[in-house]
Design a protein around this ligand. Structure first.
Ligand code: 3EB
Length: 318
């Protein structure tokens, strides 16, 4: 499936659909514009503060698009892709993740889009310990259990993902699924997350480093990890340089240009633990990324306490 398009915009202005396109869904950070149509449009209001630039993410696909809601999941589909989102109480992250993932997989299969391509997870208080285990690690347990019980191979069929800490009570999961043909890509510089040793939690994080879906490369949240270890703890620019090297390695594996050469073919999202780091990271990325590639900056907690920044990307392949 090709023709998916992502656009960033200011908080109050949804960009228009192109000819023959329809909206699949909208994600607002700290707010959504009024009067979005249709009323069944999948929309999420994620409580993360946008820093300096755009605050809305809009996904488009070649129309016609059908909308629906089932099991608390709002979704849109166009015959090639299924896009949706669900919001669940996250007091107990294991149960929240397991329930949300189970429902998403069941719905995606029932609608005929069994291949999970990309998941965005926004979990409140992601780094807080609860009964002796960090909430992110609890989330990983529930996600793993859902995938295991749904018959996933947990190696060849894991979606790309991001998992970020957000302010309020609920877990949001935003997802993209397809009918098949997605290719998982791992990063030669990093141990696959689903193989992380038990030091990082009782169940390894169930995601791939990137997925190719149609002509689009979805790059997972990428941070300053080499092998399985955080490198440059406490050093913002050291972490940024390592993250860029990790992104470059994924792009090379996918046969794409490097981060500085992608132009409008790439869109990036940058999560910063400390909002005050924004200017320094923006200045660093002004050199490292192509000036025509849009970047959306958000203040959000990264799922390892020693990580200061994480970058994800969507890249149109040639
Ligand atoms: C890492 O590489 C950093 O648990 O879904 C990045 C992307 C990270 C996704 C997830 C976690 C997740 O391990 C953290």
């Amino acid at each position: 499936m090709s023709g998916l398009r992502l656009a960033y915009a200011p908080a109050d202005r949804l960009p228009p659909a192109g000819a023959g396109e329809a909206l699949l869904g909208v994600i607002g950070y700290g707010g959504l514009p009024d009067g979005m149509a249709p009323s069944v449009l999948p929309r999420a209001d994620i409580p993360l503060e946008p820093l300096g630039g755009p605050a809305l993410e809009a996904w488009y696909a070649p129309g016609p698009v059908e909308y629906g809601e089932a099991e608390g999941i709002r979704y849109a589909l166009n015959g090639g892709a299924l896009f949706g989102m669900v919001r669940v109480d996250a007091e107990a992250p294991e149960a929240a993740a397991q329930g949300a993932y189970r429902r998403i997989v069941e719905l995606a299969r029932a609608l005929g889009y069994p291949t999970l391509v990309r998941m965005w997870n926004y979990l409140p208080d992601i780094n807080r310990e609860q009964f002796g285990l960090e909430r992110y690690r609890r989330f990983c347990v529930g996600r793993y259990q859902a995938f295991a019980e749904m018959g996933f191979a947990l190696g060849e069929d894991l979606p790309a993902a991001s998992a970020i800490g957000s302010g309020r009570e609920d877990l949001w999961v935003v997802f993209l699924a397809g009918k098949g043909g997605a290719i998982q890509i791992e990063n030669p510089r990093q141990l696959s997350a689903y193989r992380y040793p038990p030091a990082y939690g009782p169940r390894s994080p169930s995601f791939s480093r990137a997925m190719v879906f149609g002509r689009t490369l979805f790059i997972s949240g990428t941070a300053s990890i080499v092998g399985h270890e955080t490198v440059h703890p406490g050093d913002l620019l050291g972490q940024c340089r390592t993250t860029l090297a990790n992104l470059a390695a994924i792009l090379e594996r996918a046969g794409a240009d490097g981060p500085a050469r992608l132009g409008e073919a790439a869109a990036w999202k940058v999560y910063l633990r400390h909002p005050g780091d924004y200017a320094a990271v923006r200045d660093f990325l002004a050199d490292a990324l192509h000036p025509a590639s849009p970047v959306l900056y958000l203040a959000g907690d990264i799922c390892r306490g020693d990580l200061l920044a994480e970058i994800e990307g969507v890249v149109r392949l040639a």
